[in-house]
Design a protein around this ligand. Structure first.
Ligand code: HEM
Ligand code: HEM
Length: 182
């Protein structure tokens, strides 16, 4: 198998793995958002301002769509249980980690979901400050406040993406090792 074939096979398995966690439309939106956030980073690094702005607008639709569907499907209490003083699963997960367990399954209202809730905050703010920056750019005078805020929230979002995405990939490889035959 060539490199492309191997990559396609890995992505296919990852797609299947994500299906254990997310219903079809949620999984599709989530995957599109992951790809578009990467596109935003790349267009920024390449200095493609126009492409960044246009894809940014597309990302706003998909990103807000992902969060609305997640919240609608699982309920806000899944991602923000502490607002209801509902910390049982969170405490269990933290205790498991403190006892040295590295791989803990994502459970409703648990650590993974709480982290996703915070990630939604970073995503929302990245999108809103992006829109603000885009609007000021359109009006002919780039807002420096918007640019600074956009950089800060994007930085937080990328930190989330590395942490959350990294944990998910960790679970993926662990799952493959334990199920897929060599
Ligand atoms: C969430 C993914 C995004 C990432 C990773 C990202 C990243 C960045 C970065 C690093 C900058 C440079 C900031 C600076 O140093 O001044 C920037 C600028 C900018 N972003 Fe975003 N951004 C994202 C989403 C958006 C969205 C949703 C919009 C809205 C349409 C947007 C519109 C802009 C505009 C207009 C600029 C300034 C113009 C330019 O220099 O291209 N971005 N973005
Ligand atoms: C910018 C990057 C990312 C963002 C903004 C993001 C955002 C989100 C959000 C909002 C959720 C909650 C939706 C739900 O309840 O299903 C979620 C869940 C999830 N994400 Fe991501 N994600 C990103 C990257 C990744 C990557 C790279 C992977 C794996 C390769 C991944 C794997 C997962 C999994 C498995 C879940 C569901 C876990 C559970 O059931 O608790 N994510 N993500």
């Amino acid at each position: 198998m060539g490199v492309t074939g191997m990559l396609a096979s890995q992505l296919g398995q990852l797609w299947r793995f994500l299906g254990f966690f997310q219903p079809p439309v949620l999984r599709l939106l989530h995957a599109s958002v992951v790809v578009l956030v990467a596109v935003q980073v790349l267009t920024r690094l390449a200095g493609l301002s126009m492409t960044h702005a246009i894809m940014g607008l597309v990302l706003c639709v998909l990103g807000f769509g992902l969060m609305a569907l997640g919240l609608g499907t699982r309920g806000p209490r899944n991602y923000y249980p502490y607002l209801w003083g509902d910390m049982d699963q969170l405490k269990k997960d933290v205790a498991a980690i403190r006892s040295g367990k590295l791989i803990i399954a994502p459970r409703p209202k648990g650590l993974a979901c709480v982290v996703q809730g915070l990630g939604m905050g970073a995503l929302t703010m990245s999108l809103l400050t992006g829109l603000w920056l885009f609007r000021s750019w359109q009006m002919g005078e780039i807002s420096h406040t918007a640019a600074t805020m956009h950089s800060i929230f994007v930085f937080l979002l990328l930190g989330y993406a590395v942490g959350h995405g990294g944990m998910a990939l960790g679970h993926f490889f662990f799952w493959k090792k334990s199920t897929v035959k060599k």
